[in-house]
Design a protein around this ligand. Structure first.
Ligand code: PGA
Length: 259
């Protein structure tokens, strides 16, 4: 496990974008797993800049998003479909047929989830998975108590997640209580994983994920079992790590950070 601590959110986003760019430069038809939320916005902004100014090419890339709210149509401003198009897809040269996001409005969720898992496999599996982390330690919408072997399925959101995400919705508008999400088992099959976290509100969840016991009560802790995972943190998100000095010491010895 690698832990890269940046001074600012902007630096963290750029470091993460460099890793995505390296992946695409070495494998132009890479399959990316993508996340939504506030945290990856800086990463997406930097990828858009790299595309515009440095010619970073997405023409052969395929993407699979982690999750979507159940009940929201693709054009709902809070749907993750809408988020991805607004913040990334419409600004880069990725073919629309290469974009996969769970459907929030299928009439057969079970069949849809099976199909989603199958499509990931048929595309060769995810080369690089981008993750955020919830203040309750969730990855995707794998809330505390989710099986660490879980696959794509419908999940009931916790009150904490609903409250955390209420900021994105209009006042009085209900945050959906259910989401369709890749499972922890699905995520762990990605060849490489990067988790981004910023701000003090994430410090506890991050410390439990990296240094706590492996537990379904913090599903990000399952990443401890993965062979190639990088945590990109800013100082505030790293604030509760007991091993922080050690991570910073390693980083100082490896200028340029991770490969
Ligand atoms: P955030 O969400 O980036 O908006 O904080 C992260 C998450 O819930 O996974």
């Amino acid at each position: 496990m690698e832990v890269i601590i940046s001074n600012t959110y902007e630096e963290l986003s750029k470091a993460a974008a460099r890793t995505v760019a390296k992946t695409l430069n070495s494998k132009p038809n890479a399959v990316l797993g993508l996340a939504t939320g506030s945290t990856p916005l800086g990463l997406y902004k930097e990828l858009v800049r790299m595309h515009r100014e440095e010619g970073l090419d997405f023409s052969r890339v395929t993407t699979f998003n982690l999750d979507e709210y159940v009940g929201l149509r693709k054009d709902h401003p809070q749907s993750y479909h809408f988020f991805m198009h607004e913040n990334l897809f419409k600004h880069i040269n990725i073919p629309p047929q290469n974009l996969y996001i769970p459907s929030g409005t299928t009439d057969n969720y079970e069949a849809f989830c099976d199909w989603y898992e199958r499509r990931i496999r048929e595309c060769g599996g995810i080369d690089l998975q981008v993750l955020g982390i919830g203040s309750d330690g969730h990855i995707g919408f794998n809330e505390p108590s989710s099986s660490l072997g879980s696959r794509t399925r419908i999940k009931t959101l916790t009150k904490q997640t609903i409250d955390d995400n209420a900021r994105f919705f209009e006042e009085g508008e209900k945050v959906p209580a259910y989401a369709i999400t890749m499972g922890v088992g699905t995520i762990l099959e990605a060849k490489r994983i990067m988790l981004l976290a910023s701000g003090e509100a994430k410090a506890e969840a991050v410390a439990r994920a990296i240094e706590g016991p492996l537990t379904s009560m913090n599903t990000a802790s399952a990443l401890q079992r993965h062979e190639r995972v990088i945590f990109y943190l800013d100082k505030a998100a790293a604030g509760k790590l007991e091993m922080r000095e050690y991570f910073e010491w390693i980083q100082a010895k490896m200028p340029g950070g991770s490969s």
